[in-house]
Every structure is written in structure tokens, then in C-alpha cells.
Design a protein around this ligand. Sequence first.
Ligand SMILES: N[C@@H](CCC(=O)N[C@@H](CS)C(=O)NCC(=O)O)C(=O)O
Length: 202
Amino acid sequence: MGKFKLLYFASKGRGQPIRLLLHIAGVDFDDVKVTRKEWKDIKANMPHRKLPVLEVDGNLISQSGAILRYLGREFGYYGSNNVEKTRIDVISGAVDDIIFLMERLFYNETVEAAKEKLKKEMVSWRLEEFLGIMEETLKENHNGDTFFVGDQVSIADIQVYNVLDVIPEYFSDHAINMPPKLTAFVQRFKDIQNVKNFLNKT
Ligand SMILES: N[C@@H](CCC(=O)N[C@@H](CS)C(=O)NCC(=O)O)C(=O)O
């Protein structure tokens, strides 16, 4: 297998969990940060006209979830049995739901005028609900004192960490009540040596 090339923007959006996974796994890869200007020129050549895209041996793979699961299977971050894999998929689904809402809120001009009201509603309802569900889910595994699934880090942890990392940036003018186990989880995740190295570089 040749060297991986990840094409994504210089942001913490859908491509960021893939960057994190490759760093955690200690895989050498080309982290290509596409500028908006470059994007105009290459968009038409991308399979789904969107990023992230992972290039492997000349093949272009689209869809962040598919890329994450592919790399998770390849490097051992996608659970060790069917039950664990399914639990990871369930958590991924919950993260996707909240990202979908955040994208609708932040990148849709038609809601521009109503943004503040929508933001408030989202913080007090959807976001609180999501954080509560993630806290419960974390507690189901080793009382919430390790990671989300089984005995080791998985793509579920990476996805949850990344969305928890961007939530305070998106909602900087709103108070967010981060539950205690999730707060400790974020710190535990940041303390993983390869994550620490990555965060120190960015
Ligand atoms: N379902 C896709 C969504 C990808 C997506 O929406 N990518 C955005 C950036 S996060 C993008 O490429 N935007 C530029 C465009 O659509 O031209 C995935 O998960 O990879």
C-alpha cells in the first residue's frame, strides 16, 4: 500500500477526524490543505465534488464516514467484534445528526436572519440533548472512565472528540454545559501521546 494522501480544507470539519485517526495510528500521510482557490480548480475531478477525499494507490475515496471506517478497519480502530462495530456506528450516527444540524445552521444563508434565535434553541435543546445522550453512552462502557467502545480508542472516540472540540467554537457566545464524564473524556483523549503531538503542531 502506497502513502496515503488526504485532501481537505484547513478546518476542523468532516476531514479532521481522518487527520486525527492517521496521527493516532502513527501513519505517515500527505496532509494536503486545499485552499478555496485550489478547490475551484479540482472540485470537478473529485468523485462526489466534495472533500475530504483520501487518495490510496491512485484511487480516490469520498465520504468522510467511509474513509474513517476504511482506515479504522485497516489500522484496528473499528471495534473488535460485530457488537463493538455496531456500537461505533450508532455513535457515528448520533455525531452525524448533530453535525448535520450545525451545518444547516451555520452554512445556510436562508436562515441568516433567524440565526440567533435558532442558535439559542439549538443550544438549549438539541445540543443539550446530544451532550446528555453522549454522557449516558460513555457511562455504559467502564462507567465512562475510559473510551466509548470496548477497551481501546476507536473511530467513535475520534468523532465525538472532534465534534465536542468544535461545539464551543461554533457557539462561543452561548454557555454550554459540558457534562463531567465527557469533560474528562476530552482531556483523556487529548492526553493520548500522538494526539498531544498533533495538537502541539496545529
Ligand atoms: N457527506 C460528505 C460531506 C462532505 C462535505 O460536505 N464537504 C464540504 C466540507 S466539510 C465540502 O466539500 N464543501 C465544499 C463544496 O461543497 O464545494 C462527507 O461526509 O464527506
